[in-house]
Design a protein around this ligand. Structure first.
Ligand code: BTN
Length: 257
């Protein structure tokens, strides 16, 4: 893996795309990390605040297969982030976080104690897949997040001490790369699907999902073979390929009708 470390850049995803141009096909994966991003990008055209102290990085990957093959990539990245955070917890505390603390919010986010701690932005450009990851580590998060429903947190805020960024990036990037190698050779295996399912927020619970066609409510029943969401609704099992989950946990609906 070719690693490039920058002080400042507009967006590590954009930088990977620029650096990829003119590269020989079949090249090794490219990891670009930056201490700060001046125009960090989130999903759905949103801005991603990327002040110093966070883990902002992108992995450029030469795809070997059709785009559809890589649909589970954001989930693999989410799983890698979850494990990276859990590993960091062991380093910090000498013990793993208790089950359920770090969860994957289908399809692109990672929650820590029910607050958004990381996001994933996957982009494609011909035979290049860019997996962009942002993890709030030591950066300030006051005012970040999506209002009352998904306030943001950082590892330092949650754990009350600064956390090593570089090591976390390397660990997570290596696991994403390993996940992509496996995806290309074996597909999204049942074993991997189960691992992601076990880490999913609201598994077996009632959630609302916002899609381009509107919203629906049902019990989060797991994942399809391509990583799409299975929702058990009054009208049977619905499969959601793209959308945003809005959890209905008691704590979140407290005081609301
Ligand atoms: C989201 O939650 O909407 C996804 C956020 C992804 C942010 C990361 S930070 C590194 C990479 N570069 C970007 O511009 N975005 C991603």
């Amino acid at each position: 893996m070719h690693v490039i470390e920058l002080e400042s850049v507009d967006s590590t995803n954009s930088q990977v795309k620029r650096l990829w141009e003119g590269r020989a096909p079949g090249g090794e994966p490219l990891l670009v990390m930056a201490a700060e991003q001046t125009a960090g990008r989130g999903r759905l055209g949103r801005k991603w605040e990327s002040a110093r102290g966070g883990a902002w990085f992108s992995l450029g990957w030469q795809t070997q297969r059709q785009v559809g093959y890589y649909h589970p990539a954001p989930l693999l990245a989410g799983l890698a982030v979850k494990r990276g955070i859990e590993h960091a917890a062991v380093e910090e505390y000498g013990q793993p976080t208790t089950a359920g603390e770090v969860e994957i919010k289908w399809p692109n986010d990672v929650l820590l104690w029910e607050r958004k701690v990381a996001g994933v932005l996957c982009e494609w450009q011909e035979a290049l897949l860019v997996v962009g990851v942002g993890i709030n580590v030591n950066n300030a998060v006051a005012g970040l997040g999506d209002g009352w429903r998904y306030p943001a947190t950082s590892l330092a805020e949650a754990w009350g001490r600064p956390v090593e960024v570089r090591e976390l990036i390397e660990r997570v990037a290596a696991e994403i790369a390993a996940g992509l190698v496996e995806l290309e050779s074996e597909g999204f295996t049942e074993k991997k699907r189960r691992e992601v399912e076990q880490g999913l927020a609201w598994m077996g619970q009632t959630v609302s999902v916002k899609t381009a066609q509107g919203g629906m409510t049902g019990v989060l029943a797991g994942l399809e073979e391509d990583g799409a969401l299975r929702l058990a609704t009054d009208r049977g099992v619905q499969v959601v390929h793209a959308g945003e989950i809005e959890g209905l946990r008691p704590r979140e609906t407290e005081g609301k009708k």
